[in-house]
Write a protein that binds this ligand. Sequence first.
Ligand code: SF4
Length: 244
Amino acid sequence: MANEVDNEMTNELADESANELANQTNTNGNPVVSDEVDVSDENMVSDENIENDECDECNKTFETLKRLAGEIGFEHFGKLNTDALIFREEVRAMCEDDRCGSWNKSWTCPPACGSLEAISRRAKRFSEGILVQTTGSLEDPFDMEAMRDLEALHKQRFQTFVRQAEQVCSRTLPMSAGTCTLCRRCTYPSRPCRFPGRAHPSMEAYGLLISEVLERSGMRYNYGKNTMTFTSCILFQGQKPERP
Ligand code: SF4
């Protein structure tokens, strides 16, 4: 039966799926990089409505990140309008309602990831960002296997993207999708995080409404009937000097 997976459902299912994966699967697999990806501007979103201050260095860095996102295989990517980053207590309240089952269970989720004030202060230091999305097809809205596969693919891609972005930018702040699933079982709260440099709080943990950030950045949340989309972003600043 063909049904459309709407925004809200997509979000909830992503979180549920992430939670299941946190208990069952180690998604720390090999990076998914294709040498033959079309990195034409077809996948790119128009920058028309984006009001970020422009600077040559930022533009160059963004162009590099855009190319890397295409090479890694993200279906959609575009400039993040940092004015769209509104850190909402309501989103944190949803975390606390524990609808995804991750509240107080991971170093990357509330409350362990820090108060909204503290975490948003970190993000406000950045004026540039890039959004990346993995979109795939589902047989129906209950196609959990496809959702799990898609989430794992998105997380693998994002880990690769973060590593590459760190080589390009002076400073980065990655925001992932869903709870961290790097370890089969999170060490929280009894022992320190095993991979503090690779475990990143989600956009929701930052109190962000993903649909709002996407809309105000000129990007879509829903790519049609029987599709599901995972969204992450990297805030960045500066450009690393090129090696001689
Ligand atoms: S990397 Fe850290 S936050 Fe992620 S699952 Fe492992 S211990 Fe938990």
